[in-house]
Design a protein around this ligand. Sequence first.
Ligand SMILES: NC(=O)c1ccc[n+]([C@@H]2O[C@H](COP(=O)([O-])OP(=O)(O)OC[C@H]3O[C@@H](n4cnc5c(N)ncnc54)[C@H](OP(=O)(O)O)[C@@H]3O)[C@@H](O)[C@H]2O)c1
Length: 262
Amino acid sequence: MSLAGQVAVVTGASSGLGWALAQALATEGCKVGLVARRRERLVELAGQIEKSGGTTVFAAADVTERPQVIAAIYDIAARLGPVDLLIANAGVGAPTTVDPFNVSDIEKMFRVNVLGVIYSLEAVLPQMLQRRRGHLAAISSLAAYKGLPGESAYTASKAAVNVFLEGLRIQLRSKGIAVTTICPGFVQTPMTEVNEFKMPWLLTAEEAARRIVRALKHKRKVYNFPWQTALLMKLTRWAPDWLLERMMRTYNENPPFPKTPL
Ligand SMILES: NC(=O)c1ccc[n+]([C@@H]2O[C@H](COP(=O)([O-])OP(=O)(O)OC[C@H]3O[C@@H](n4cnc5c(N)ncnc54)[C@H](OP(=O)(O)O)[C@@H]3O)[C@@H](O)[C@H]2O)c1
């Protein structure tokens, strides 16, 4: 179950959960490849990992640009060795409004959260198939389990990730490649810092990363956490529409947009 010596690539490593995951994997002895758009943040993270004795390289790329993300991950593999573990973590979130209907934000969420994951998988899959070994993972969300008012696009994009990875997992099971879908609840990161409501069972990015690494070591198929929020989401599936509409009315009156527009 040890990850020591493995080559792990994390997309969206420049912030939040991706940053904490890269550090946690380096602590486990992985050689870590870092991908995101903000080069200066990757330089800073790589410096921190190296200072702690870890091995890391980075390649800046936008995961929505297919040739860019493939070139970045190829470049990392050329320097660290074939990728054993890919964590497609890069993601964005913004509320879905109906008046105006914010279609450009909706498109952006699907490009990053769904196509960005698929392009990242594409960069490592041929080599994993050839070697008959590897582990693919994506950071989805507990939000994948219910279409929420004011979060239609984000929840739908994460549901797409869950279902896509489920099919892939079954297709790859006899080919030596594991697939893990990670569904966190609320994690304290720049993505959630705009939320004005009290986030239940909020975890620090470091704690979330620690739990994710443990799930990856166990090659979990789907990892929903923390269990309290996972249970709440399951109950939400049974809740009547009128109740959800009422519970999320205040949220929808003043939805929390990210500081930097998507
Ligand atoms: N925070 C939570 O409560 C929570 C809960 C469940 C799931 N998640 C999921 O966890 C993942 C990480 O989110 P976070 O909370 O850590 O958010 P965050 O702090 O905003 O980090 C998002 C990361 O994604 C990268 N990214 C965004 N667009 C990109 C693009 N086009 N190309 C490459 N990288 C891109 C960003 O890097 P650059 O800007 O440098 O490109 C950044 O490193 C996301 O998939 C999110 O949906 C978060």
